[in-house]
Design a protein around this ligand. Structure first.
Ligand code: CTP
Length: 421
């Protein structure tokens, strides 16, 4: 049985990044999506409608008052046709009009008239992005469930450097389609996610920590939320905002992380342990700042609690997902942890080669008893959706085997169907 192609209405508004949008059409189509392009008047100053017609194979819609186009498919019909609306690039002006519910051209009317999820890939000068007016519109749109991809930071067409660049077409396509694939897969389930590093205090001014930025765990929490789960995120100290709709509990050290997890784990269906928890903590925390004395010094460390292993020992335990960040023997180490910590699934990655810590991209190999699946290198957001999809399938498979009633929601996947060798 082949899946229905995802019907994407691609809105293009008037920014210089519009020159990348034909490539985005191609990337969507390569992945089997059906794309209808709608251009704003401004967009047509940058790229012609003919370019989009050539790459999408469909006449481009540009005008609310085009009688011939309306006769073929009225704008309300077009709004209903879309499974998803993606606007790339989305200018500051378009975001302002969307935030205020304007409907004075075809694209803004379609956004108002459609029930489909809306994703924006903003592109603008860094000052325009940072302007309080734009930021207020971003807040309004995000609160209403509009999803933003980017903008990225870097060199801009205007010669300035800063936040405002549109994400690359490949990344937009990966994230949109990965999210679509996991849509609704965790509906009705409660998921607890840990993320970020922990900090183990040594004295009032020092602590032991690690390079985890929390990006992967936060992306997983957001992906789980977008897949329909009720998500609690237990987070170590990071520089990230809580994803929309996710309840965050902020903690500092491993002990606090364990307590926070234990306070919410009873009703959880799935526990995803993405935090880089310290394995050791200072045996004693000095009350005063430790002064330098000799040439060397020794710090006594003792084991910090293993949050994941503690949850795994519970009599009624949720579906358990661990992470393994390794510098060598990735597969062997991951399989040892899968067995030793009695996990249902483990996501393993190599640290280094600009992967894993404090970067935006990652690649994972997911193992479960008797199977594995490779998730290729891509943005952490796209990867998180792919991981959530695998987790959802394995969870439903376990429920089905245990005689649960949920197996009808997502068809079970045989390990062989997705095993990557
Ligand atoms: N983990 C945890 N609490 C700890 C240490 C690890 O919950 N104190 C979790 C991590 O969130 C991850 C998994 O256990 O999901 C594996 O973590 P990792 O540090 O790679 O494994 P360890 O078992 O600690 O082994 P090692 O550090 O020796 O590689």
């Amino acid at each position: 049985m082949t899946a229905q192609p995802r019907k994407i209405l691609l809105g293009v508004t008037g920014g210089i990044a519009a020159y990348k949008s034909p490539d985005l059409v191609r990337r969507f189509m390569e992945r089997g999506a059906d794309v209808q392009v709608v251009m704003s008047r401004g967009a047509q100053q940058f790229v012609t409608a003919l370019t989009f017609q050539a790459v999408s194979g469909k006449p481009v819609r540009t005008d609310l008052w085009d009688a011939a186009a309306e006769a073929a498919m009225g704008h309300i019909e077009l709004a209903r046709w879309a499974d998803e609306i993606v606007v790339a690039p989305a200018t500051a002006e378009f975001m302002a009009r969307l935030a205020h519910g304007f409907a004075d051209d075809l694209l803004s009317t379609l956004c108002l008239a459609s029930e489909a999820p809306i994703t924006l890939a903003p592109a603008m000068n860094r000052q325009m992005w940072a302007n309080p007016a734009t930021q207020a519109n971003v807040r309004v749109l995000t609160e209403r469930g509009v999803r933003l991809l980017g903008p990225a930071s870097g060199e801009q067409a205007c010669g300035e450097v800063g936040v405002g660049r549109m994400l690359e077409p490949q990344q937009i396509a990966d994230e949109v389609l990965a999210r679509a694939a996991s849509e609704g897969s965790l509906k009705g389930l409660k998921v607890v996610v840990t993320a970020g590093p922990t900090r183990e205090r040594i004295d009032p001014v020092r602590f032991i920590s690690n390079r985890s930025s929390g990006k992967m765990g936060y992306a997983v929490a957001q992906a789980a939320r977008e897949a329909g789960a009720d998500v609690v995120l237990v987070s170590g100290p990071v520089q990230l905002c809580a994803p929309p709709g996710v309840r965050r509990i902020a903690v500092e050290c491993a002990e606090q992380m364990l307590q926070a997890v234990e306070s919410v784990i009873d009703s959880a269906d799935i526990f995803i342990s993405a935090a880089a928890v310290s394995d050791y903590r200072a045996q004693e925390i000095a009350c005063e700042k430790i002064k330098k004395t000799g040439e060397t010094m020794t710090l006594s460390l003792t084991r910090a609690p293993d949050v994941l292993a503690t949850v795994a020992r519970r009599a009624s335990r949720p579906f358990l997902v661990g992470f393994a960040a390794e510098t060598e023997n990735v597969e062997r180490n991951a399989l040892v942890k899968l067995t030793a910590k009695h996990l249902d699934l483990i996501a393993a990655n190599r640290v280094g080669d600009n992967l894993a810590f404090d970067v935006d991209e990652n690649a994972l190999t997911v193992y479960w008893p008797g199977g594995k699946q490779e998730l290729e290198r891509t943005s952490k957001a796209a990867l998180a959706h792919q991981l959530v999809e695998v987790i959802a399938r394995r969870y439903r498979e376990r429920e089905r085997k245990a005689g649960g009633a949920c197996s009808a929601v997502v068809p079970p996947m045989s390990p062989a169907a997705h095993a990557a060798g």
